[in-house]
Design a protein around this ligand. Sequence first.
Ligand code: FAD
Ligand code: DHB
Length: 394
Amino acid sequence: MRTQVGIVGAGPAGLMLSHLLHSAGIESVVVENRSRRYVEERVRAGVLEQGTVDLMREIGVGEGLQREGLIHHGLELRFSRRGHRIDLSGLTGGSTITIYGQNRVIKDLTDAQLAAGGQIFFEAEDVSVHGFDGTKPTVRFRLDNTLNELECDFIAGCDGYHGICRPSVPPAAFTEYDRVYPFGWLGILADVAPSSEELIYVRHERGFALHSMRSPRITRLYLQVAPDEDINNWPDEKIWAELQRRFETEGGFRLKEGPILQKAVTGMRSFVVEPMQHGTLFLAGDAAHIVPPTGAKGLNLAIADVRVLARALAEFYSSGSRRMLERYSEICLRRVWKVQRFSWWMTSMLHIFDDDNPFDRRRQLAELDYVTSSRVASQSLAENYVGLPMDWGA
Ligand code: FAD
Ligand code: DHB
């Protein structure tokens, strides 16, 4: 088997890359180790930046978004039992965010890809990458007990944090930057209408909480918990009781409750590998970096990486120039570090750290007071939240 770009992983990064390459007349094949159903049902992120939404529309996969995406013009920061609205559109000259589940993005991209005759191999086993140091990059995998070898010009490692591409590179070629947070998020999906029209990020003495949604009938909620928290310690009644306490306001706010459809605990970390390329292997998305979810950046950052990669590959195939490909990592990392900073900052501002002393707690409240009362400070939050402009490294 032969293609121009071998893509490992059918997450947002891999599927979007394949789609962008197809639009530029470049062939690719996607190899994914999970089933199509598993990938399409995995509940993860839900907030799309303005730029991600515009891109999906531009490349013709915006129909579902148009029909079901919920456009939000603002969000609420809640602390000391009071809510403060950040007017995202007003502070950014009209930009918005759109609520649309990651699994829907995956489904729309997969459907478009297969309809256009694109190749995605799901349930591939023993996936491995070879030859990216030299001139013969290959992706090997087993399908129905048959060994397949995909020869290509380039390999895109879009296989997430636990994938095989990054560990296939000799460790000495990379520098890793890492920070693990002393808490995780317990996330639930509930069969009940959202309790507010907008997202609510809460800083409460008992810990962070977040109100989000997936549709006018489905609510998504998160609670800060211990990083190794056993989900079995959290019967539904306990989850609702804790959520109600953290969301309470002076005005008597109550969350609407309903049956919990899904619940899980996720750990939180910041991670970056530098550079994001080695020979003809290019890492994109979670394979190269992880952000803590406060700020909803992981999915959007993955999309920004592959936009740069697709453009660099298009430049190579149209002119033979490797100029942009060689600068891929440098271009991406400028955005990656700014997004790392923002995600770390939102996380530190809104979570309770067990080793914080009373001074730290007061400083944290002062920071929230400043962000919600200064136009300049809220504008900075808004600018980052709706998504920084693309940097093409010109
Ligand atoms: P992924 O989505 O991880 O896709 C990688 C793909 O590669 C997967 O389909 C995987 O099955 C496949 N793969 C892995 N190993 C192999 C292999 N050996 N061979 C072939 N294929 C392989 N972000 C937010 O902004 N908000 C959230 O609420 C949020 N919640 C999250 C919850 C969880 C549990 C996780 C793990 C992440 C969450 N994120 C969240 C982050 C966001 O979902 C990711 O940043 C985003 O999925 C990155 O896309 P990606 O394509 O780079 O990686
Ligand atoms: C969601 C997730 C986030 O990490 C976030 O900051 C906002 C919303 C969500 O799943 O809807």
